[in-house]
Design a protein around this ligand. Structure first.
Ligand SMILES: [Zn+2]
Length: 254
C-alpha cells in the first residue's frame, strides 16, 4: 500500500537527488488519483488557486500545495495538486484525502511531488517512507469494535489526537499493540480477563463494555455515550476509565 496515493499500485517517475529533493509519482498507468495524508497532523501551509506555469519560481512552482506537520515534528509536502480539500490549521488523520493529483505550478504533466522534511525543514529522501512510518513515530496502534456497525473501526496511533470509536455507538471489543488491558462487560457486570497485545482482544461481542483499564502507566480516557462527554483522563491501573452501566463511544490513549 502507498501512504500518499489512494491506489494499490504506483510508479515513481523521478527519484530523489541533490537537484530534486523529493519523489515524483503517479498512480500506475494513470495520472489521476486522490492524494492522502501520510500521517496525521496539522496543515501548516496550504496554497490554492494555482494554474500550470512551467516558469514559476519559489512557492508558486509547487502549484496547489499542502504541507503537514506531524506529531514527531517532521513534515510532509504534497505539490502540483489539481484540487485541495483541506485548509491551513486543519487537523487531518492518517489516510485522509487532502486533495487530487494535478499539473499545477512548475509541472510537466499530472503527478504528485512528495517531500519529507525533518524538524529543521531539511528535505530528506521520502522513498523509505512511502509505505512506512516517519522516524520517531510511535508504532503502537489501538482500535475498537463498533457494536452498531458490527466491525472493527480503523486503527488509531497511541499518542495521536484521534480516538478509537464512534461517539454514540456502543463498543464491544478493544485491542492494542504491546500494552496490557482489560474491559468491563456492561451486560455481565464484571471485568473480563487481561489481554496483552493485538493478537487477541478484550471484550465479549456483542456486549458493550463500560470501562477500560491499562496495566502500564499510559494515560487514557473514554467517551460516555449517556453523558455525551469525555470522562476525565486516567493514568495506569490504580483507577479505570468509564462509568459502569454507560456504554462507551470512544477510547483515547495519550
Ligand atoms: Zn518533483
Amino acid at each position: 500500500m502507498c501512504r500518499v496515493l489512494k491506489c494499490d499500485k504506483y510508479r515513481i517517475t523521478q527519484y530523489y537527488s541533490n537537484s530534486h529533493k523529493a519523489i515524483d509519482m503517479v498512480k500506475y498507468y494513470s495520472a489521476t488519483c486522490p492524494i492522502i495524508a501520510h500521517t496525521e497532523g496539522t496543515i501548516v501551509f496550504c496554497q490554492t488557486g494555482q494554474k500550470n506555469n512551467p516558469k514559476a519560481t519559489g512557492n508558486a512552482s509547487y502549484g496547489n500545495c499542502v504541507k503537514i506537520k506531524h506529531p514527531d515534528g517532521y513534515y510532509t509536502l504534497y505539490a502540483h495538486m489539481e484540487k485541495v480539500y483541506v485548509k491551513k490549521g486543519q487537523y487531518v488523520s492518517k489516510g485522509q484525502e487532502i486533495g487530487y493529483m494535478g499539473n499545477t505550478g512548475k509541472s510537466f504533466g499530472s503527478h504528485l511531488h512528495f517531500e519529507v522534511r525533518t524538524q529543521n525543514d531539511t528535505r530528506i529522501n521520502p522513498q523509505p517512507y512511502l509505505d512506512a512510518d516517519l522516524p520517531n513515530m510511535s508504532t503502537k496502534y489501538y482500535q475498537t469494535y463498533d457494536n452498531v456497525k458490527n466491525k472493527w473501526l480503523p486503527k488509531v496511533r497511541v499518542g495521536s489526537s484521534d480516538y478509537a470509536g464512534n461517539k454514540g455507538n456502543g463498543q464491544s471489543g478493544f485491542k492494542c499493540d504491546i500494552l496490557t488491558y482489560r474491559v468491563h462487560d456492561k451486560v455481565k457486570k464484571y471485568w473480563l480477563p487481561w489481554v496483552t497485545g493485538s493478537k487477541d482482544y478484550a471484550g465479549n461481542l456483542p456486549n458493550d463494555f463500560d470501562a477500560i483499564q491499562f496495566k502500564e502507566n499510559v494515560t487514557y480516557r473514554v467517551y460516555d455515550n449517556i453523558k455525551k462527554k469525555w470522562l476525565p483522563w486516567v493514568t495506569g491501573s490504580k483507577d479505570y476509565a468509564g462509568n459502569y452501566g454507560n456504554s462507551i463511544g470512544g477510547v483515547q490513549i495519550k
